[in-house]
Design a protein around this ligand. Structure first.
Ligand code: FRU
Length: 479
C-alpha cells in the first residue's frame, strides 16, 4: 500500500497505544490468517533475516514495519524454534534507533561468535535531502536476547557503488568468515561484493573483490545474495531486480534465482564453473530467500512469501506478508532440490485417501502421484461450481500450470494469473502444503517449487479432481 513518507517514517515512539490496538483489531478480522506459517504480529513482513543456529536453538528474524501494510521504517523481529516448524516470537527486536540505522534496520544475516550471535545488517540512513547512505553495521545478541549494537560502521559505501548497497550475508568457508553484499554499480548494473573478516574478527572487514559468478549485470540491482554450501558445492541464491527476460524467463515483478557451481575460490573471489541462472521458485511469490549452513553442514533456506511493490488483499486488514516453510537443500544428479524439513510430518493429524472433499479450513498437505503420459487437473480452494485454484499436471508434454484466476480476490493481475513450470516427462509426485491463503507446491520432492498466495472467498474450501488418474493421500495439518 502506498502511504505517505511521513506516515511510513513516523518515529515508533509517536504511535499511540490506541493506534496499535486499532491495527491489531483490524488484523484480527482477516479470514486469511495462516495457521502454521509465520505472519507479522502487526503490519508488514518482508525478508527473512539472521537465520541461524545459536545456543541450542534456531533463530529467524523477519523484516517488519509494524504499523501497516507498507514498506516503512523497518525493524527486525526475532523468533526462535527447536524444530524449524514451530516458531515463537520472543519480543526481541532490532530497532532503527541509532544514527547508523536511523531510517531502517535493513536486511542481514547472523553467525554465532562465542557466547553471542553476531547480527550483520544494513543501516539505512538518509539525510535531510533524503539522500541515502547505506552502512553495513553489526550487533551482538547475547544468550538472554540482549542486543548491543557496535559503535563503529563495519563497511562504508565504496566509491564504485550507488546508494544501493545492502544485505550482508556472513558465511564460514574453511574456517574463514566472509560476507557478500548486494550492490549496484555506477552504471546501474547489479553485482556482488565479497569481504573477509581479518583474523575472523567481525569488527574488522576488508574488501576481497567483486564476486565473479558470471553474472551479466542485466539486472540493475542484486538484493539478498546468499552463498550456501550443499555437499561442498556452492549455491548462490539471489534476488535480481530488472533482470533481462531474455536471460531468464519469469513473470513476477522480480525473480528469486540461483546458480550452482563446482567450488568457491576465495583468493580469486570466484565461483568455479557456475551453472546458468535458474528460477529458485516458479510460483507467484517467493523473494529474498535466506539460507545458512548448520554446524553439522546441512543447508536450510526460508523465503519471504511476498514481493516488493505489490498490493495485497490483506492490506485492508493492515497487514501483509508471510514466511515460507523452512526448506532443506540437497543435490541429486547435479540438480538442486528444496524440500520442507522432515519435522513438518509432525503436523500431520489424519490420513485419508485422496478424493474430492470439503476441507474444514484449507489447512492440509496432499501427497499425490500422477502417472506418466497423462494430463491431470485438480481444483483446490474449490467452490461448488469447480471454481478455485487450478493445477494442471501434464506428464505428456512435461508442463505444470498453476492458474489462480478463479481463486478468490484477484491482485497483481498486471503480472498475469498463470504460472508454469517445466517438469520431467515421466511419473511425477506432488507434495502440496495448503495453509488458508498460502500454497507451497513441491514437484518430485523439491525438484521444482511453486510458492504462492491465494485469497479465497469463504465458500472456496473444496478439493475437486477434474480429470486424470491421480492417487495419493490427504493429511489435515495442525500446529
Ligand atoms: C528486499 C529488500 C532488501 C532490504 C530490505 C528492506 O526485499 O529490499 O534489499 O534490505 O528489503 O526491508
Amino acid at each position: 500500500m502506498n502511504l505517505p513518507t511521513e506516515v511510513r517514517y513516523r518515529p515508533y515512539a509517536d504511535w499511540t497505544d490506541e493506534e496499535i490496538v486499532a491495527i491489531k483489531e483490524n488484523m484480527a478480522k482477516s479470514p486469511w490468517h495462516a495457521t502454521y506459517h509465520i505472519e507479522p504480529k502487526t503490519g508488514l513482513l518482508n525478508d527473512p533475516n539472521g537465520f541461524s543456529y545459536f545456543n541450542g536453538k534456531y533463530h529467524l528474524f523477519y523484516q517488519n514495519w509494524p504499523f501497516g501494510p507498507a514498506h516503512g521504517l523497518k525493524q527486525w523481529v526475532h523468533t526462535e524454534s527447536d524444530d524449524l516448524v514451530h516458531f515463537r516470537e520472543t519480543g526481541i527486536t532490532l530497532k532503527p534507533d541509532t544514527e547508523h540505522d536511523s531510517h531502517g534496520a535493513y536486511s542481514g544475516s547472523a553467525y554465532p561468535i562465542g557466547d553471542n550471535l553476531f547480527l550483520f545488517y544494513t543501516g539505512n540512513v538518509r539525510d535531510e535531502n533524503w539522500v541515502r547512505d547505506p552502512l553495513q553495521i553489526g550487533a551482538f545478541m547475547d544468550k538472554k536476547g540482549n542486543i548491543t549494537k557496535f559503535k563503529d560502521v563495519l563497511i562504508q559505501q565504496p566509491s564504485d557503488v550507488t546508494e544501493h548497497f545492502r544485505d550482508p550475508q556472513i558465511f564460514n568457508y574453511k574456517d574463514q568468515l566472509y560476507a557478500i553484499i548486494g550492490a549496484q554499480s555506477l552504471d546501474k548494473k547489479g553485482f556482488i561484493k565479497l569481504y573477509k573478516a581479518i583474523n575472523n574478527d567481525v569488527h574488522n572487514w576488508i574488501f576481497a573483490g567483486n564476486l565473479d559468478f558470471t553474472g551479466t549485470g542485466s539486472e540493475y540491482m542484486i538484493e539478498c545474495p546468499n552463498l550456501i554450501f550443499v555437499d561442498d558445492r556452492p549455491v548462490l541464491i539471489y534476488s535480481p531486480q530488472g533482470l533481462d527476460k531474455a536471460e531468464l524467463a519469469y513473470d513476477n515483478i522480480y525473480p528469486n534465482t540461483y546458480k550452482i557451481a563446482d567450488s568457491f575460490d576465495p583468493e580469486k573471489t570466484k565461483l568455479i564453473n557456475p551453472s546458468t541462472i535458474h528460477n529458485l521458485d516458479y510460483g507467484f511469490e517467493a523473494y529474498a530467500t535466506q539460507g545458512f549452513n548448520t554446524p553439522d553442514g546441512r543447508a536450510f533456506i526460508v523465503s519471504w512469501i511476498g514481493l516488493p511493490d505489490i498490493d495485497y488483499p490483506t492490506d485492508k486488514y493492515d497487514y501483509q506478508g508471510a514466511m515460507s516453510l523452512v526448506k532443506e537443500l540437497t543435490i541429486k544428479d547435479g540438480k538442486l532440490y528444496q524440500y520442507p524439513v522432515s519435522t513438518m510430518a509432525n503436523l500431520r493429524q489424519s490420513k485419508e485417501t485422496f478424493s474430492d472433499k470439503q476441507t474444514t479450513n484449507n489447512t492440509y498437505e496432499l501427497e499425490l502421484q500422477v502417472p506418466a503420459k497423462t494430463k491431470a487437473e485438480i481444483i483446490l480452494f474449490a467452490d461448488k461450481n469447480q471454481k478455485g485454484l487450478r493445477l494442471c499436471i501434464d506428464t505428456k508434454t512435461g508442463m505444470f500450470e498453476l492458474d489462480r484466476s478463479q481463486a478468490g480476490e484477484q491482485y497483481a493481475t498486471a503480472f498475469g494469473n498463470i504460472r508454469t513450470c517445466p517438469i520431467a516427462q515421466q511419473e511425477c509426485t506432488l507434495n502440496i502444503f495448503v495453509d488458508k491463503s498460502i500454497i507451497e507446491i513441491f514437484i518430485n520432492k523439491g525438484e521444482k517449487v511453486l510458492t504462492s498466495r491465494i485469497f479465497p472467498f469463504s465458500h472456496q474450501t473444496g478439493i475437486t479432481l477434474i480429470r486424470g488418474n491421480v492417487s495419493g493421500k490427504y493429511f489435515e495439518l495442525h500446529k
